[in-house]
Design a protein around this ligand. Sequence first.
Ligand SMILES: Nc1ncnc2c1ncn2[C@@H]1O[C@H](COP(=O)(O)OP(=O)(O)OP(=O)(O)O)[C@@H](O)[C@H]1O
Length: 740
Amino acid sequence: MMVSASPSMVARSSLEEMLDSLRRRDEAEKPKELPPALPSRPTSKARLPSARRSLPNNFNAETLIRSPEWAPSVNKRKERDSGVKRCNNFCVKKTEKDAVESPYVASEEELQSRQKVAKSDWGDNVAYFIVKKLKVWCRGPSGLWESGTIQSTSGDVAFVSLSSGNVIKVPRDELLPANPDVLEGVDDLAQLSYLNDPSVLCNLQSRYSQDMIYSKAGPVLIAMNPFKDVQICGDDFVTAYRKKLVDKPHVYAIADAAYNEMMRDDVNQSIIISGESGAGKTETAKIAMQYLAALGGGSCGVEHAILQTNCILEAFGNAKSSRNDNASRFGKLLEIHFSSVGKICGAEIQTLFLEKSRVARLENGERSYHIFYQLCAGAPSMLKERLNLKMASDYKYLSQSGCLAIDGVDDAQKFHMLMEAFAILQISEEDQLQVFSVLAAVLWLGNISFQVTDDENRVEVLADEAITTASRLMGCSAQELMLALSTHDNAVEDSIDKRLTLQQVTDARDALAKFIYVSLFDWLVEQINKSLQGRCCTGRSISILDIYGFESLQKNSFEQMCTNYANERLQQHFNRHLLKLEQEECELDGVDWTKVDFEDNQECLDLFEKKPFGLLSLLEEESNCPKATDLTIADKFKQHLNGNSCFKAERGRSFSIHHHAGEVLYDTSGFLEKNRDSLSSVTIQLLSSCSSQLLRLFTSKVLKQVQKPAAMSCQMNALESPKPSVGIKFKVHMLCTFSA
Ligand SMILES: Nc1ncnc2c1ncn2[C@@H]1O[C@H](COP(=O)(O)OP(=O)(O)OP(=O)(O)O)[C@@H](O)[C@H]1O
């Protein structure tokens, strides 16, 4: 077996540390005559998996009951009979009976051999592994993890015979114990005797190869992205989990637990989904929503409306990125409200930090928001005529990246699905028309071009089809729009009606387009929330958090920095919550708890958040300085942040951040402009006098917020203190997604 381990995987995750610590504590409680760190006898749940456990085509809930693999009651009985008492998800207390029955109990000869070695240290167990010819992990010549058996040792080195037949020399202290074959594919990582990187990866890989995409790590569900339909969702599975006929790890099981605990304890629940971009968070969130909709569906039909919100939010907030054809470019917290009898009675969505730069600027091979392509492909001819809508390839904002279509995706069909979703969520036809007009205006704004008029590179707007159509759709005159784009008030320099350079005028146009799009997105979420508002809510709720995943691209800019910062926050919550939760449970169970040291990412968060010398404050400060450039901001970062161990100065405009998921190299090109995105007062005035009701509404909101800090800080603050929900107390369920 060869397992590739990326650098981030090689570093021990805090989860791993914690599981390991719990394992060590558990081992310490074992009867003293047992050898140290020997593979524990698997519980009934850790039975040897069959070669392939795909479910029959004609699968139904009854099949599940008969299948021993899926029958919890049978498993529970076996568990009882085997003398294994589970005290919580992490610690499996082993009784004397278990020790006697264990196939790993040592023979007399082995015990003698073991007496020679210390009992608590893996290094000393090498001798035992040699005697027993047990599997170990080591790095093969390719740098990948490989399994083999130790043939002999000499001083600090061991000679390991790999499954390929080759024998390699490995430093003794680089060997890691492997789990016995009988534990291969266990559905809870906490059942593994050894929790090291290759063992965990190997277990997940073994399950993944059999389409078992869900595993547990104690209370956390691990979901591996299958990139195909593995047929483990749908009505039959919902029924099975609902009736508790199965206890295999599944998103349904997590949603079911959340629902039952909410009903039983009257405590609000939340399901937090984390993972890198493309790992499957959004799909997993949808699976959880489907289950809750099935469980709490009632007469008012609001559950259908909740499911339809995905279609709208994905159209307006998702895009093709280099990693994911349907990447979420915003964070989402969906709070589903339930009545006293457990029926869904309403919902509320909070969105965070839509990536606005994507509206105007795309990397090669990426797309802007799906809605633009859907509108161009699917709008009926009357609407197209009204909006003077062309093909996507005719719009510069869309054509710049050389990517207009996604394999296997029919944008026109998606547009029709969107119209259905609008209807279900009661977005009126009048509002729909306004939305489409605003979208078309954004596209036409991107086509507005400029010509240089003098030797100092001053420019003026070209009076062409783009400016006439954009102004018509916005509800102003072409002259007014031209004036607004080519004049600028700079508060710092206090000079009004200054003619702009080509770069400035392009930035002003793009800032307008981005402002309109982001405002439209926020407005749409408001409309959705109005439509989902419940009438008979009792304060019970289940929230599902799905934010954009961690990104490390070839070139990382402002957007990746914000995305990764948000993930850093989530990671901290994840670490702290999980450990705290376990500690509480152990205390409740009266288990002697050893404090677990885990890799806290506070230092990385400080790098962003410290005032006045954190990344965000420095960026904010530099954004208000008219002479600042992308180079000066890079210098400023290097000057003030070098003392933070997560920061590394690089050449020119670059710097690196050591995130929890790995090191990312950032380039400050465009940082200032992306953070500023300021609209001139002339543009704000223009927008507030447009005949488009939506544009006027957007402007009135921005005028109200004028005293608040710049966009990024606002969005980031929202991450720090999300709006308090109906209830005060939350029980959190964790879900980690991974892409193989
Ligand atoms: N459970 C699943 N079954 C089948 N395919 C899946 C599943 N989960 C994810 N995928 C596939 O992987 C793709 C990416 O998944 P998804 O959009 O959910 O990732 P994500 O973690 O939300 O990414 P991002 O952070 O970029 O938004 C999906 O479009 C789909 O093709």
